[in-house]
Ligand binder design. Structure first.
Ligand code: S3P
Length: 435
């Protein structure tokens, strides 16, 4: 599916931020483990959370969707090994977290995904789970992941070799669901929704912060029942609206109910340093997660050097940050971001290709980008390929606001994995995106 985004001057209005994808997937998993009736509101009704929901139902969970409300029901039977392979579509979070959960539950299962997911590295979760006691095979580190047996050891200690919340969460879920404890050292701090949700449900999780990162200990926990859970808005989705408003000429938007977890809102700090006009109002806590409303206005952005330590907290936002940097005066330097190469696409290359089509001068590094920004509307000579990656597609559609004659972005179907209402939402604010 190709989409065209035409130039506009003004992005204006109020919008409610769509539900957080990471949190939506985690409440399905942790909620199923609690084994009680839970009404989930604010759930992200998108392909990735829905494939995680289907995967959980395949192993015996009882979750259904009733309009916007998701109902997790007390199970009438124990979890079971599925008869057929579990398909997680495009979702890295889905497959890696489900691998941890299924390992801890002592089930046997084969997990697979779509073409993109089949090319992504799975050893990062499988290797530590094997060290924890599981028997798991892969196809040379890729899917299918076959969980064959073994059981999780108690008191496993692990130092994270890469910054990955999916790996950390997978191991925590393996320990939680097997009734064991685990100790994880995380030198580079990543999103902590799993820890916050376990704490919210009464789990015994202890987090020590130090200059060398975080030390997370999950002690044997019996979680308490909850009857409802409200998912806050997804900062990563809000990022597209934020940047659209910042780079267009006469804009003002109010984005309501945006998740502002400290490990997720790194882009806000980066943009504020770039001279962005963003205000946070109505800051509050919902189900142990900070959220608030954002007022964003057109801004004369300036390039900056992005600090290395913030990279894990802006990892999903680097493509849209690159668009913001394209229209910021001066140089923006992004390094230490080689994880971008193993996302839904090689996001370093996909971003660089898109910038090239927009004739934005930049250098592509082995682990990042240097973007030489400028504040003129850009001529776009060719179609931009999103490589089937939702965040690349949405980033360059946002860039269309500042194109001279529009941008055509190819392969946009996977926008439905994280922000199915993107077109309607952006067009309601004044953007001109069409098929
Ligand atoms: C996620 C963690 C990040 C992020 C992904 C969602 C999660 O991946 O890029 O979109 O929900 O835990 P990594 O853990 O691979 O960095």
């Amino acid at each position: 599916m190709n989409l065209t985004s035409n130039p506009v001057q003004e992005i204006f209005g109020d919008v409610k931020c769509p539900g957080d994808k990471s949190i939506s997937q985690r409440i399905l998993i942790i909620g199923s483990l609690l084994n009680c009736d839970i009404n989930v509101s604010g759930f992200l009704n998108a392909k990735d959370p829905l494939s995680t929901m289907a995967a959980l139902n395949q192993i015996g969970a009882s979750i259904n969707k009733d309009g916007d409300l998701v109902k997790i029901k007390k199970r009438s039977r124990p979890f079971n090994s599925p008869e057929s392979s579990i398909y997680l579509g495009n979702s890295g979070t889905g497959i890696r977290l489900m691998t941890g959960l299924i390992s801890g539950l002592n089930l046997k299962a084969t997990l697979i995904g779509d073409e993109s997911l089949s090319q992504r590295p799975m050893s990062r979760v499988v290797n530590p789970l094997v060290k924890m006691g599981k028997k798991i095979s892969t196809n040379d580190g890729k899917t299918p992941i076959k969980i064959k047996g073994g059981s999780i050891n108690d008191n496993f200690e692990y130092q994270m070799p890469i910054a990955s919340a999916q790996v950390k969460s997978s191991l925590i879920l393996a320990s939680l669901s097997s009734g064991n404890s685990i100790h994880i050292e995380e030198p580079k701090v990543t999103r902590d929704h799993t820890e916050k949700m376990i704490e919210y449900c009464g789990g015994k999780i202890d987090v020590q912060n130090s200059s060398e990162g975080k030390i997370i200990t999950l002690n044997k926990s019996n979680l308490a029942e909850i009857s409802s859970y409200e998912v806050v808005g997804d900062f990563s989705s809000a990022a597209f609206i934020i940047v659209a408003a910042l780079i267009s000429k006469k804009s003002k938007v109010l984005i309501k109910n945006v998740g502002l977890n400290a490990t997720r809102k790194g882009l806000l700090e980066v943009l504020l340093k770039m001279n962005a006009n963003i205000k946070i109002v109505n800051r509050r806590k919902t189900c142990n997660e900070t959220c608030g409303d954002l007022i964003v206005e057109s801004s004369a952005l300036e390039g900056i050097e992005v600090s290395d330590s913030i990279i894990p907290n802006i990892i999903d936002e680097i493509p849209i940050l690159s668009v913001a940097a394209s229209f910021a005066e001066g140089e923006t330097v992004i390094k230490n971001a080689s994880e971008l190469k193993v996302k839904e696409s090689d996001r370093l290359k996909a971003t660089s290709d898109g910038l090239e089509a927009m004739k934005i001068k930049h250098d592509i590094l082995d682990d990042g980008l240097i973007i030489y920004g400028q504040n003129n509307d850009v001529p776009v000579s060719k179609e931009i390929d999103s490589f089937g990656d939702h965040r690349i597609a949405m980033s360059f559609l946002v860039a269309g606001t500042r194109s001279k004659e529009g941008i055509i972005v190819k392969n946009c179907k996977n926008i439905e994995t994280s922000f199915p209402d993107f077109l309607n939402t952006m067009n309601a604010l004044g953007m001109k995106i069409h098929g």
